[in-house]
Design a binder for this molecule. Structure first.
Ligand SMILES: C[S@@+](CC[C@H](N)C(=O)[O-])C[C@H]1O[C@@H](n2cnc3c(N)ncnc32)[C@H](O)[C@@H]1O
Length: 410
């Protein structure tokens, strides 16, 4: 642990992150990526791992418990066997995460108070799924952190990561530089917060953070959010080439960037010739191009597998495949299709209309997480070729948005 890391540890004791009140569990479940059960079934296991096989998951740097509570609740609700292990070195975060699990009566969660860097020596695992959201970019050596996570990954398992991305965070690092001078790290956290609040109140119009509308954390995340964003002792952003380098250095391969449509340069390039040029690039270059063109990504969420054991992608053509809405049921997705046959998607406030085939609405109304593709085809009464075309383009468009996924088989 270097000096900055000691300050980081102190930060998450003073301001466990994110700010959460266990009493709120009674009224809502916070869902997100990575670590959503349906995403794990689809993106990590290619919708090929039976839901009866117990799932062991590690949430490393679990903080106040968002991913832990989400995944453990989704598993409990769906009657899925397995356990979720929360791990973090913050005692204050442990208390909140534990109280949230207790508030929900979850009995499928284990808690480990430790550094994730010690994972190879802790005697926990192996885990089918390892989740690390918003942590690697705070570590003294992110590559050592990812190596530690990979050391407890079970064969055939997958990792979900979130790291900061540079362009969408424009303005953040300038303010961090300013606050390092006005509120040095050696000062008490409460005093630093006060300075940061004052600076934010009086921020010149020219400050890029003021012009950047992709952030809310310093406005509505309380002291924990403000400290995490602007006073963090160490945080670095990974652009796409840096992220690929990090992941590949750990012997892993990125199997999915969320949402895939966001990382497709065609989303940001209306010109057909330029689209064709972009399509000829390697996958990493395509994603880097989308990142540089759109300028909106403030985080990257990826799922990864061991480079030598990348699972086959989910197969939507199988008649026994069961499509399911990630959060919105098919019926609800159908309602959102506009008369011009597009689904309006918002990426950080940027509206992207996604075209769908004519029969997408009736098809989506049949997607209930129970019917198989074969049953949907029979109910839709289209000829085989027309169904195949409609299903494939609806599936591709909505999987690209991470809205439609294939369920784990029985
Ligand atoms: C920004 S918070 C993210 C919390 C949670 N994953 C989320 O996304 O809501 C970072 C967390 O990483 C934890 N952390 C930082 N370094 C760590 C380490 N070496 N081992 C374990 N946890 C660590 C902190 O204690 C903190 O709870």
């Amino acid at each position: 642990m270097d000096e900055q890391d000691a300050h980081l540890a102190a930060q998450y004791e003073a301001y466990p992150y994110p700010r959460r009140d266990p009493r709120d569990e009674a009224r809502r479940l916070i869902v997100g990526s990575p670590g959503h059960l349906r995403e794990i079934d689809h993106w990590v296991f290619g919708a090929a791992r039976s839901r009866r096989v117990p799932l062991t998951a590690l949430i490393a740097g679990g903080g106040t418990g968002d991913a832990t509570i989400m995944l453990a609740t989704q598993m409990a609700r769906a009657g899925r066997p397995g356990r979720v292990t929360w791990l973090d070195r913050s005692k204050a975060a442990l208390k909140i995460a534990r109280d949230r699990a207790a508030a929900r009566g979850l009995d499928n969660v284990d808690f480990v108070e430790a550094s994730l860097l010690d994972l190879p020596r802790l005697g926990v695992g192996p885990f089918d799924y390892v989740d690390c959201c918003g942590v690697l970019h705070h570590l003294p050596d992110p590559a050592a952190g990812l190596a530690a996570l990979t050391s407890v990954l079970a064969p055939g398992g997958g990792i979900g990561l979130m790291v900061y991305a540079p362009h969408g965070r424009t303005g953040v690092y300038m303010l961090q530089d300013a606050l390092r001078l006005l509120a040095p790290i050696e000062e008490p956290p409460g005093a630093r917060i006060e300075v940061a609040r004052k600076v934010m109140r009086l921020l010149p119009e020219s400050a890029w953070l003021r012009r950047n509308s992709y952030f809310g954390d310093h406005i509505d995340g309380g002291d924990a959010g403000l400290y995490d964003l602007l006073l963090n002792p160490r945080d670095r952003a990974f652009d796409i080439p840096a992220l690929f380098h990090l992941v590949e250095g750990a012997g892993l391969r990125i199997t999915c960037l969320l949402e895939p449509t966001r990382y497709d340069p065609a989303t940001w390039l209306p010109d057909p010739k330029l689209r064709a040029k972009a399509a000829s690039l390697a996958p990493m270059q395509r994603a880097a191009l989308a990142e540089a063109l759109s300028g909106l990504m403030s985080t990257h969420v990826v799922y990864c597998a061991r480079a030598g054991a990348v699972p086959a992608p989910p197969d939507p053509i199988r008649p026994d495949a069961v499509p399911v809405g990630r959060e919105l049921p098919g019926e609800e997705l159908a309602k959102r299709i506009l008369p011009d046959r597009t689904l309006p998607m918002m990426f950080e406030g940027v509206r992207v209309p996604v075209p769908l085939p004519a029969m997408a609405g009736p098809l989506l109304r049949l997607v209930d997480g129970i019917r198989t593709v074969g049953e949907i085809e029979a109910a839709l009464k289209l000829d085989a070729a027309a169904f195949a075309r409609t299903w494939r383009s609806t599936y591709d468009a909505l999987v690209g948005l991470n809205q439609l996924l294939l369920a784990a088989p029985a």
